[in-house]
Each structure stands twice: as C-alpha cells, then as structure tokens.
Design a protein around this ligand. Sequence first.
Ligand code: ADP
Ligand code: MG
Length: 319
Amino acid sequence: MPSSAPTAILLFYCMSQLRQSVLGATSIRFAEKIIKQNCLNSTRPNRFKSNDEFLMKRMPRIIAFASGKGGTGNTTAVANLGTAMAQLGKKVTILDADVAMANLGLMFGLEKEEISLHDVLAGGASIEKATYTGPAGVRIVPSSISLEEVRRAKLEHLKEAVSELVKRTDILLIDSPAGLDSDAITALTLGQELILVVTPDIASLSDALKTKIISEDLGVKPIGIVVNRASDKSMDLPINQIESVLDLRVLSVIPEDPEVGRSISLRQPLVICGPSSPAAQAFIKLAADLLGLRWRVKPKKTGEEKFTLWPFEERKKSR
Ligand code: ADP
Ligand code: MG
C-alpha cells in the first residue's frame, strides 16, 4: 500500500488481510481436525439424539461466551450479564467452564467454597451441590482455582452436568476458556448460541474469528459481539471494521471503566456494587436486549449524564 493512503483505506486493507490470513491459518485447520477427530463423534452433545429428549422438551436458552484471546473480559461479561438478567426477573445460571483457569467464582467470593464443578466432573458430587445462589438470585457454578482439582476433572462429564442444570433455569450462560484446545471446544459445544467478547484491537479480532469459525463448524450459532474495554476512539478499531472482520453484529460496546476493578476486589458484580457506572449500565442494557425487553434512557433530574434502565413493563406498572 502506498504510504500516502488515507488511514481509513489502510485500515480496511489491514482488516481484509487479517481475515484472509486467519481463514488460511494452519492453527484453525488444526482445531478443525481436533473437532472432527474427537468432538463430533464423542464429546459433542448432539441435542437431537433420542437420549437427549429431555433437552428438547424443555430447552432453556444456553449462551456460550468466548473470546479466543484471554483477558478480553469474558468472565466479567458472564458475571455481570447473568446477574443483570436475574435482576430483570429471569432464572439464570452461570457456569464456569474454564476449568483450567477458573475465576468466575472469584468474582462472587466463592473461591473458599468446598464443592465446585471440579468435584462434579471428578464424579464425587451432584451439580446441585456445586451450585450457589448469588446476588439477585443468580445461580453460580464455580470451578475450583486449585491446580490439583484441575487434574482430577474429567471434561466428558460436563454434558451430563449441563443437562441437570438446564432443568432448573431459564437461561444458562457459559464462561468458555480462551484458546482453541479441546477444553475450549468442549465448552463451546454446550452452547446453542455464542457471543464473542472482544477488545477493540487486532489481536483480539484475529483470535475471535477463529473461535467463530470453529463454533459454526460445531453447530453453535454466533449471535453477536460484545466489544469490551472500549476507550480512546482514535486508538480503538472502529465498530464497522470489527463487524466486517467477524461478519457479525456488535450487540454492545462496554467502556473501559475503573469500577470493574473495584467490583472484583469487592467480590461483587459491578451491576450490584456500582449499577450506575458506565460499564454496569452497558451490561444492564445488553441483558435487557438479550431478553427481548424494551428499555429507555431516563435522564437524571439534576441534568447530569446518568442513565437509568427503565423497562417498559415497569413503567406501565408504576403509572
Ligand atoms: P477473561 O475472562 O476474558 O480472561 P476477565 O473478565 O477476567 O477476562 O477480565 C480481565 C481483566 O480485565 C480483569 O482484570 C478485569 O477487571 C478487567 N476488565 C474487564 N472488563 C473491563 C472493563 N470494561 N473496564 C475495565 N477493566 C475491565
Ligand atoms: Mg476468564
């Protein structure tokens, strides 16, 4: 490309190169091979087989959250969206399927609890015993942070655990591990739908694209992108470029917000301990959108820029 090309053209060129490089990458072919060899025939839960009739009869919504690259805020999104959906009146369960690098439980202060998903996967506990009730009634299935526990876990038991969980929930959100190894693929296969959590940078997009393609191979439907940690508009990749590289719609842009770090140290989701912060507001709006609820922004009387989620249902009642 000539050096005098305008930035927008240069960016478009880089993005189309990125897409082409990822689509031809050997890593993705390798992951596809793993799926074909190991997953489609054994660990993939084929929900339409007769032994899965239960799931067909009362199928809740199962959304896997994945990012490709670690550190994009996947776990933060699952913790906050799950809690926000529970606040909006749904029976929600969130599951930490990142068994090797678990931290969903940490966000709710559950790391000291004795029973975790690992005990279920090792065959020693029922999923009910590993489920804890959090703020607004959200149900959380944490994984253990102990390395010893990770060695005991057998991921092939994950499908049975999920089929038990779905009996008692309207919506199950799955925190999937980063990467494309067999743990990540097993977690992806549990979802009906996939939401990609990315940061607005090129490395995050390249990894997310691989995850999206693998998910489609697995029959999991990508429904959209959450762009997290958005900050300086001149540094961030533009939304239309993100949509074009991933060929998927951006559902929400969550801003970089120091309150997220504070919520983690408080061991509470941000939608609970700082509901009016910009990131919490974005999570609440996205939760409402995902549930098909309508909302509007209600300006604060003082004139400050503060938004309040106001589902129309509530507005009708309050009249
Ligand atoms: P992942 O699960 O993708 O590895 P995490 O949810 O653990 O990512 O988040 C990684 C780090 O980014 C954490 O320290 C978290 O506090 C921080 N973080 C996530 N989202 C935001 C945000 N919107 N603003 C500021 N910090 C964030
Ligand atoms: Mg995580």
